[in-house]
Write a protein that binds this ligand. Structure first.
Ligand code: SF4
Ligand SMILES: [Zn+2]
Length: 99
């Protein structure tokens, strides 16, 4: 397991969730609301238990381990914040990630 890679992936997800939370849940862009904290905790636990080594991008994973409700939530975040970062020229973060 590449712990450093997992940490980087989680850091990127946290950025995406923070933008989504700021624009949908009225937070300040640095902290996230309880609902988004729950989503991040779930994603971290999935990442830590990922059986794949090397780990593929989750969107390419054949044994997707997310419960459907969480998968939908992450997809929604990625769609929204993905557009946010594309508009700001941060395509590098998109390439690294995810759903
Ligand atoms: S979706 Fe696949 S790659 Fe992503 S954490 Fe779950 S098992 Fe690992
Ligand atoms: Zn939130």
């Amino acid at each position: 397991m590449d712990a450093e890679k997992h940490d980087r992936e989680f850091e990127t997800l946290t950025r995406f969730v923070s933008v989504f939370c700021r624009d949908h849940h009225g937070t300040d862009g640095r902290t996230v609301c309880p609902e988004c904290t729950d989503l991040l905790s779930y994603a971290r636990s999935r990442l830590d238990k990922c059986p794949n080594d090397p780990k593929p991008k989750c969107k390419d994973c054949k044994t997707h381990c997310y419960r459907p409700q969480y998968r939908q939530r992450v997809k929604k975040v990625m769609r929204y914040s993905g557009m946010h970062f594309v508009k700001r020229g941060r395509i590098d973060w998109l390439v690294k990630y995810f759903m």
